[in-house]
Design a protein around this ligand. Structure first.
Ligand code: BG6
Length: 476
């Protein structure tokens, strides 16, 4: 077994992290437009309104809105045959609940999609990558409210019809699977997914359970809808799955490791198995959580299973043992795995982890997998106009090798590999520009200063060779 001949190679970007132009083309304000720049030490601030004294990185992004043609040329030069973009809901429906779409927004994405197709690049479109019109939070309370499911479906139908025949791969949601009702969350995570701060939730367990349920239901309804619009459409969902290993082989710790790891999977189960899992419904019942689910939902889950799984993979972590132990702490809390290194932002670098998750997913669901995000956020130094990012090449090389092993030795069905941020863009968790993932450098600093000029890093040529050889040539 080798990688299939039509294997998709490319990268993934998200509207709110790259487009900028936050008030152009009739776009409405969306949740991330209210989040300031942060750093490793200082979390991003979520503001009620725009404070002119603060920096909001989504307002400029990397100005992809005006540079998309130039950027797509660079992707083409690298040999991309796929690019995952996201549509910002607030460009199509500025408030989110309108009946009539904003034609200007529809035209903009049509131009981007056409540009990709003309250059032989398959567009893979995410319908929701942390981009929710703020009005839906303010007026309806976000995804806690089932009405938002209908607004989302109207938006999905509008864009799926507008780009019918041009876009085949649709992704309903990016990483909505991190909101476990029973674990403590950070504000930025609940905000990214649903525009709500964890610390302000009156009944966090019920709110998170409802948000998770309603988004999952919206996803299966969208999958069904997408196949009705065009039976050739392939509808998937992207999950962020970082394996959580057991602390050691003490049986109770192994069980805890299993449960900690499994916590991120109930929505994968629901979207792949044709039903919302019983263990989750029973758990909610025992916690007196009222999901406000309805009898018809059962049919929606049964008929709305997804066609493929998108996997975002960056790192692995360790489950805390039942009895507290003295162990080295990872940069951002949790136990540091002594067998692996950490990135500057505390993410444990573990190529075997991607092979582990691919196997786990494929054996559980038997659905084709595409790696939708993988990459290393690092600080790049410019030396005489060049960027020698061997650390990035090293990370990607090891991960691509592990993906190949999953396909070639473990028989996992995988049809593509997309790196995160093939061009430098704004970090989602910290809002920094200095946490860079790209093969293409963007001259822009954390203060929003720079020429926005694009230039190639060493990894650009390396990835070009990888793609040309369909993953056979991984060396520098
Ligand atoms: C993924 C998100 O979870 O992680 C991306 O889908 C995000 O939007 C990526 O950018 C990397 O995280 P960060 O915080 O380094 O940008």
């Amino acid at each position: 077994m080798t990688l299939r001949k039509d294997f998709l190679w490319g990268g993934s970007i998200a509207a709110h992290q790259c487009e900028g132009a936050w008030q152009e083309g009739g776009k409405g304000p969306a949740i991330m437009d209210f989040v300031t720049k942060g750093s490793n030490k200082e979390p991003r601030k979520i503001t009620e309104s725009i404070d002119p004294k603060l920096d909001y990185p989504s307002h400029l992004g990397i100005d992809f809105y005006h540079h998309y043609k130039e950027d797509i040329q660079l992707f083409k030069e690298m040999g991309f045959n796929a690019l995952r973009i996201s549509i910002d809901w607030s460009r199509i429906f500025p408030n989110g609940d309108e009946q009539t779409p904003n034609q200007n927004g529809l035209d903009y994405y049509e131009k981007v999609i056409d540009e990709l197709l003309t250059n032989g690049i398959e567009p893979i479109v995410t319908l929701y990558h942390f981009e929710l019109p703020i009005y839906l939070v303010q007026k309806y309370g976000s995804w806690k409210n089932r009405q938002v499911i209908d607004f989302y479906l109207h938006y999905c139908e509008t864009v799926m019809r507008a780009y019918e025949g041009k876009v085949k791969y649709w992704i309903t949601f990016n990483e909505m699977n991190h909101l476990d009702p029973q674990s403590e969350q950070s504000d930025i995570f609940t905000y990214l997914i649903a525009g709500l701060k964890y610390s302000e939730m009156k009944n966090p367990a019920e709110d998170l359970a409802r948000i998770g349920y309603n988004m999952t239901l919206a996803g299966v309804k969208a999958a069904r809808l997408g196949r009705t619009i065009n039976p050739k459409n392939k509808i998937g969902c992207v999950f962020g799955l970082n394996p959580i290993y057991s602390y050691d082989c003490q049986p109770d710790n192994v069980l805890k490791g299993f449960l900690d790891n499994d916590r991120d999977y109930y929505q994968v189960d629901a979207m792949c198995n044709g039903k919302f899992p019983k263990y989750k419904l029973k758990q909610y019942e025992s916690l007196n959580i009222d999901l406000e689910n309805q009898p018809n939902d059962v049919e929606d889950f049964a008929k709305g299973s997804i066609d493929f799984i998108g996997l975002n993979y960056y790192m692995s972590s360790i489950s805390e043992p039942n009895t507290p132990v003295e162990a080295e702490t990872a940069l951002f809390g949790g136990i540091q795995n002594p067998h692996i290194e950490q990135s500057k932002w505390g993410w444990g670098i573990d190529p075997t982890g991607i092979r582990y998750v691919m196997n786990y997913l494929y054996r559980k669901y038997e659905l084709p997998i595409i790696i939708t995000e993988n990459g290393l956020g690092a600080v790049d130094q410019i030396e005489n106009g060049a960027i020698h990012d061997d650390y990035r090449i090293d990370y990607l090389k090891k991960h691509i090798k592990a993906v190949k092993q999953a396909v070639e030795e473990d028989y996992v069905e995988c049809f593509g590999y997309l790196t995160w941020g093939p061009i430098d863009l704004v970090s989602a968790t910290t809002g920094e520009m200095s946490k860079r993932y790209g093969f293409i450098y963007v001259d822009l600093d954390n203060e929003g200063k720079g020429s926005l000029e694009r230039s190639k890093k060493d990894s650009f040529d390396w990835y070009q060779k990888v793609i040309k050889s369909n993953g056979e040539e991984l060396q520098e």
